[in-house]
Design a protein around this ligand. Structure first.
Ligand code: ACO
Length: 326
């Protein structure tokens, strides 16, 4: 049994915040942000929640796949910024769309989240447990970003992307191989604290308010430029393919310098690395599915094209998958 992506969708909040808008908020310059990150603008929620944008992206994916909500068997939402601790975002999406026959749950692996969710859904389908899955990456990072910290607030954006995955008997299609890993020991280089343990049985009497994203940018940069090429080569090796045989490298969109460094290490021209981070910034788990939807709708994906998807992020988590487009 193989899997096939039969529909993709994405949604970006209407509000666009440019680097020039950021100059009015913190001590920064358009030139600094462009040069260090490649980002020029980002979409920012003015009230949309993770579940509302996730549902909009998912609806587009279902429409493309020609499926009714009642036909969906599984929903996995990858997010690290849900609006509620309970219920999970996937159950909220289920409710909004009316996918009453689906099992729904969230997965948090930060910027690797969509890839890990796609791999989990693939495993469920390949074992025959489910025939299809709606896999979504959605974030409203603007609510966990410290808008007074210039070193982080310029990097992130809000958005959602989705893919509908179905079982198929077709040969040589779908996820051929994957490589995944985590390095929890170094997790605090990119972190965001939630509630503290305060209850009648603790000494503490006051709840510390949930924190904002903190990041050691240089450590994350070094981790990414080492780990992403290694994961990609591992996944390619397992698929018996070489970098030259890959048509599109769909990478997590954190920073153009990271993507350029990966391209250089793999000795692959940049035109095989589609990017959209200039317009949308880093949307964590939403970056890969939004980019996938954009290149799909632009007609750039042909049957038989070989894709590498690769994500890295907080955790630290990282991974890559080799996928044959159907
Ligand atoms: N505008 C102007 N100056 C700034 C800004 C800003 N927005 N942010 C930091 N600076 C200043 C710093 O204060 C510092 O000043 P100083 O020399 O006077 O102390 C100077 O610029 C250099 O700061 P660095 O942190 O050394 O800048 P660096 O070249 O490392 O670039 C960046 C920072 C872009 C974050 C880089 O480290 C990077 O790309 N890291 C990868 C991390 C990443 O992409 N994270 C995204 C999240 S990862 C994920 O997706 C999960």
């Amino acid at each position: 049994m193989n899997t096939k992506i039969t529909g993709t969708g994405s949604f970006l909040p209407e509000k666009i915040v440019t680097n020039f808008d950021m100059e009015k908020l913190v001590d920064t310059q358009d030139a600094w942000i462009r040069e260090r990150t490649g980002i020029a603008s980002r979409h920012i929620s003015t009230g949309e929640t993770v579940s509302s944008i996730a549902a909009k992206a998912a609806k587009e994916a279902l429409l493309m796949a020609g499926k009714q909500p009642g036909e969906v068997e599984m929903i996995i939402v990858a997010t690290c910024s849900p609006e509620m601790l309970l219920p999970c975002c996937a159950c909220q999406v289920q409710s909004i769309l009316g996918c009453s026959n689906a099992v729904a749950f969230d997965l948090n692996a930060a910027c690797s989240g969509f890839l890990f969710a796609l791999n989990a859904a693939t495993a469920y389908i390949k074992t025959g447990l489910y025939k299809n899955a709606l896999v979504i990456g959605a974030e409203v990072l603007s609510k966990i970003v410290d808008w007074t910290d210039r070193s982080t607030c310029v990097l992130f954006g809000d958005g959602a992307g989705a893919a509908f995955l179905e079982a198929t008997e077709e040969e040589n299609i779908g996820m051929l191989s994957l490589s995944q890993g985590s390095d929890g020991a170094r997790g605090m280089v990119l972190a965001c604290e939630d509630r503290d343990v305060v209850n009648p049985f603790t000494e503490k009497k006051e709840q510390i308010l949930p924190g904002y994203v903190t990041m050691n940018g240089q450590e994350v940069y070094k981790f990414a430029v080492r780990q992403v090429p290694a994961s990609i080569l591992d996944a390619l090796n397992k698929a018996n393919l070489t970098v030259e045989e890959i048509d599109h490298f769909v990478l997590h969109q954190a920073n153009i310098r990271i993507i350029e460094a990966v391209a250089k290490r793999l000795k692959v021209p940049m035109d095989k690395f589609p990017t959209n981070l200039e317009r949308v910034g880093n949307m964590s788990s939403a970056t890969i599915p939004v980019l996938l939807d954009e290149i799909n709708r632009a007609g750039k994906l042909k049957k038989g094209d070989k894709l590498v998807m690769s994500g890295f992020g907080a955790g630290l988590t990282y991974g890559a998958g080799v996928y044959i487009w159907g």
